[in-house]
Design a binder for this molecule. Structure first.
Ligand SMILES: Nc1ncnc2c1ncn2[C@@H]1O[C@H](COP(=O)(O)OP(=O)(O)OP(=O)(O)O)[C@@H](O)[C@H]1O
Length: 585
């Protein structure tokens, strides 16, 4: 089975320990036979010896001591094997988790577009826990069941074949029932797992979007939506339980019927003198132990189905490979790139939708290009092509004359500073967030780029630049977050700086200050600035206007105003609104 092979692969380095644990588990299970077998000896040799045989009272103490030793040994083995298996499985999970997280880091944007955060979290937590449960508990239950079952079967066969055959007559029926059950239950468990992922996604979205929920007073609606998914999950669980209850009576009845067979046949055989009273007692005691694995079969099957459903999801994440990868003969960018960018007849499609169509653009090193255009015109997606977050469908993007697909991805991205539209800050200090791209950055350097980006507000906070921000930190305004994101992008001294609406939430005066600083950076840099404000775009060397995934206008501020197209309209509008004195041509 592939899932088992995969677990075995991940046990590398711990396999011997794991197998020793399982052998101990098997030995401990086998010792369960000791008590009934020694009891048989006590009855047959001391309490009620068969006619003609001498009573061996002197064996009582050794036999009792043997029984105590067996019990102690079983307990000791059980304890040690649990310790060994739990630690081994934890080691295995640690390496699986590392591998999956590493794999997630390498995925491209389209992977995160396709997969919901809640589903990914379910795989990393609940599903992985199911794998742990199977590798540590289910496997022990199975080994325990197989050992006990096989040992007792051998003992029964050695003692009386007819008796054993009578006891086992119903077993093929049970195994048949179990086979049918597990086949039919498998999709049901996969369904439960899917519903859990949907439930988690709903909860995760709700927590992330709690501000919107509160602002629109939609708590009741959200509770209702969550309840729907919660009920779906509950119903799926109930469905599988009901399904199991159809099969349960057959299995339980067989387990119970064994005791009846033992009493009935055993009684007759003792009376016939075919077996001794001690053997009958051992049979009776063991038949209960023998029935236990059969009784546990349902739990084992259910656990196996849950494991398979979860393991498949974890394995998917374990083996998924990104589409955007380095070529074997890729070129590593040593040092700084010059920052020349060429879009050569670039088209990008998502499914059937062309979001960029035949883009041709040459940007010289050190040039500042502003990008304007309607919502959804393709500005952000065009910027996303530069760090190769998406691959073009047709044409090519070249950086410093080399096709972007030929650059080693990390070395390329290290040369590109990006401040995105939706600012994301980590749960870290302001300093920590600014130095994110280069952990070796000195405090002075981080402060320098903070001052360029107008992160001066930090010094007024209680802990200054050591103030915690992000999810668990203090609340920041949109403009403050944008300024930290800008400092973070600048701090790596990129050859190419991409600012996607980065100063949209910043007040006019601060924006002016930032614009001035951007024009006087202390390192050479090609700048691409997506903006809606003319005050931001007018100083650019060139402005391009995007429309429906195409470049509709291109030129300097003066040229575009003169052309009288979209850009000129925006200028006129912003001038008329009067909020932007820089909007004038
Ligand atoms: N991952 C994606 N999958 C499918 N379509 C996408 C994806 N990202 C963007 N699009 C589509 O591409 C088009 C351009 O999106 P883009 O984000 O570039 O717009 P934009 O010009 O930056 O808009 P805005 O000014 O509102 O940010 C839109 O129609 C959008 O729906």
């Amino acid at each position: 089975m592939f899932q088992i092979k995969w677990m075995w692969k991940n046990l590398k380095g711990h396999r011997v320990r794991y197998v020793i644990g399982l052998i101990m588990c098997s030995m401990s299970a086998g010792l369960a036979l000791a008590t009934p077998l020694i009891s048989q000896q006590i009855v047959d040799l001391i309490l009620s010896p068969p006619p003609g045989q001498e009573r061996r009272v002197e064996l009582l103490v050794p036999l009792v001591l043997l029984m105590v030793t067996a019990v102690l040994l079983k307990t000791g083995l059980g304890y040690t094997q649990v310790m060994i298996n739990e630690t081994t499985v934890m080691d295995m999970l640690h390496s699986i988790r590392c591998c999956i997280f590493k794999n997630l880091q390498q995925q491209d944007m389209s992977f995160f577009d396709r997969n919901r955060a809640g589903d990914l979290m379910t795989r990393m937590t609940g599903d992985l826990d199911m794998v742990r449960y199977a590798a540590s508990i289910t496997i022990r239950v199975i080994i325990d069941a197989i050992t006990v079952f096989t040992a007792i079967l051998i003992y029964f066969l050695c003692t009386d074949v007819l008796f054993t055959l009578a006891l086992c007559a119903i077993l093929p029926l049970i195994f048949g029932v179990c086979y049918v059950y597990s086949k039919k239950a498998r999709p049901m468990y996969a369904d439960i797992r899917e519903r859990l992922a949907v439930l988690n996604t709903r909860a995760q979205e709700n927590i992330a979007g709690n501000r919107v929920v509160k602002a629109f007073a939609r708590e009741g609606y959200e509770i209702h939506r969550f309840d729907e998914k919660n009920a779906d999950y509950r119903d799926a669980n109930i469905r599988v339980n009901k399904f199991w209850m159809k099969y349960y009576p057959a299995i339980e009845l067989t387990a119970q019927s064994m005791a009846i067979v033992v009493l009935l046949l055993g009684g007759i055989f003792v009376m016939n003198g075919r077996i001794t009273l001690g053997q009958m007692m051992a049979f009776s005691g063991l038949s209960f132990t023998f029935a236990n694995p059969i009784r546990n079969l349902g739990t084992i099957l259910n656990d196996i189905q849950r494991f398979l459903a979860s393991a498949n999801k974890v394995i998917e994440l374990y083996y998924v490979r990104p589409l955007i990868v380095n070529r074997v003969d890729c070129h590593k960018a040593e040092g700084r790139l010059k920052g020349a960018i060429t879009f050569d007849d670039v088209t990008l499609q998502f499914g059937r939708q062309s979001v960029l169509k035949h883009i041709n653009l040459d940007i010289k090193p050190g040039e500042t290009v502003a990008i304007m255009g309607n919502t959804g015109s393709g500005k952000t997606i065009l910027m996303n092509l530069i760090p190769r977050l998406y691959d073009v469908s047709e044409g090519e993007v070249r950086i410093d004359g080399l096709n972007i697909r030929d650059w080693e991805i990390h070395s390329l991205r290290r040369n590109i500073g990006v401040a995105t539209q939706d600012v994301f800050l980590f749960s870290d200090t302001i300093d920590g967030n600014i130095a994110y791209g280069d952990p070796d950055m000195s405090e002075e350097e981080a402060r320098h780029y903070a001052s360029i980006s107008a992160v001066d507000f930090a010094s007024k906070m209680s802990d200054g630049y050591d103030t915690l921000v992000g999810e668990r930190g203090v609340g920041l305004s949109g403009g403050q977050k944008q300024r930290i994101a800008l400092a973070r992008a600048l701090a790596i001294k990129p050859s190419i700086l991409i600012l996607d609406d980065t100063t949209s939430a910043v007040d006019m005066e601060t924006e002016k200050f930032i614009q001035h600083n951007l024009q006087n950076l202390d390192f050479p840099c090609t700048k691409l600035i997506v903006a809606q404000r003319v005050s931001t775009t007018k100083h650019a060397d060139r402005i391009i206007v995007m429309k429906d995934g195409q470049i509709s206008e291109i030129g300097t501020h003066a040229e575009l105003v003169h052309q009288g197209g979209y850009y000129a309209e925006v200028c006129a509008l912003q001038e008329a609104l009067g909020g932007d004195e820089n909007g004038q041509a």
